[in-house]
Write a protein that binds this ligand. Structure first.
Ligand code: DX5
Ligand code: ZN
Length: 216
C-alpha cells in the first residue's frame, strides 16, 4: 500500500475551516489529522469536541483524532460521537492503557497509541497486538511547526521489527516536522502514515504538496 497522508488541521486557517477541510477532501490525502490539546498534557490549547464535530460535518476523509490530553477515557465517547474514526491516546497519559485501547475499540473506532520522543517503542511490547496504529511523535507534542527529531528513524525501524515479530496489524504513523526531505527516509524505515501540518498548509500549493508526499 502506498504511504497514507494525514494533513494536520492544526496548521489550517481556523477562520476558514470549511474551505480548508474541502481542500483536503479534494486532495489525495487519506485522513484529516485532528490535534486536541488540553493545556495540561501539553503546554498549549487547541480546540475540542464542537470543532471536531464541525470538521466532521464537512469532511469526506476519515478523522484521525490525536488526543494530547490527560484522562482521555473521560472523552472517548464524545470524540467518537463527534466523528473520530481513529482515536489515539498518549501512552504517557494512560495508567490503564490496555483498558483504554479496549474502550476505543468497543466504540467501533480504531485504537491508536501515541508515544512521546523520550518513550521507548519497547514499552508497547505487551499491547502491540491490540493496537491499530502507533503514532511516533517526532517532535515534543504541543505545537505545530517544530523541528523534526532525527532519532525518530531508528524508533521507526525498531517499532517495525516489533510489529513484524508479534504479527501485529498496527500502522506506524509519524507526527511532527514531516517534510519532503525526511518523508522518504521515514517510509524506508517502515512508516505507513505521515502527518504533515505546516509543510502542507504553509506551502503555496497545498494540493500539490499533499500529492508530492503521497507519491514519494
Ligand atoms: C504536534 C501535533 C502535530 C502537529 C504537526 O503536537 O501533534 O500533529 O500538528 O505539525 P507540523 O507538521 O507543523 O510539525
Ligand atoms: Zn498530532
Amino acid at each position: 500500500m502506498s504511504t497514507q497522508i494525514a494533513p494536520s488541521i492544526l496548521a489550517a486557517d481556523f477562520a476558514n475551516l470549511q474551505s480548508e477541510v474541502e481542500m483536503i477532501n479534494r486532495s489525495e490525502a487519506d485522513f484529516i489529522h485532528v490535534d486536541i490539546m488540553d493545556g495540561r498534557f501539553v503546554p498549549n490549547i487547541s480546540f475540542g469536541i464542537p470543532v471536531t464535530e464541525a470538521i466532521h460535518r464537512h469532511a469526506a476523509k476519515p478523522l484521525d483524532v490525536h488526543l494530547m490530553i490527560v484522562e482521555p477515557d473521560l472523552y472517548l465517547d464524545a470524540f467518537r460521537a463527534a466523528g473520530a474514526e481513529i482515536i489515539s491516546v498518549h501512552y504517557e497519559a494512560c495508567t490503564h492503557l490496555h483498558r483504554t485501547i479496549q474502550a476505543i475499540r468497543k466504540l467501533g473506532a480504531k485504537a491508536g497509541v501515541a508515544i512521546n520522543p523520550h518513550t521507548s517503542v519497547g514499552l508497547l511490547n505487551e499491547v502491540i497486538e491490540e493496537i491499530d496504529l502507533v503514532c511516533i511523535m517526532s517532535v515534543n507534542p504541543g505545537f505545530g511547526g517544530q523541528k523534526f527529531i532525527e532519532n525518530t528513524y531508528s524508533k521507526v525501524s525498531r517499532l517495525k521489527e516489533l510489529i513484524l515479530a508479534k504479527r501485529s496489524k498496527a500502522l506506524i504513523e509519524i507526527d511532527g516536522g514531516v517534510n519532503i526531505q525526511n518523508a522518504p527516509l521515514l517510509v524506508e524505515a517502515g512508516a505507513d502514515v505521515l502527518v504533515a501540518g505546516s509543510f502542507v498548509f504553509n506551502s503555496p500549493d497545498p494540493l500539490a504538496t499533499i500529492r508530492s508526499l503521497k507519491n514519494l
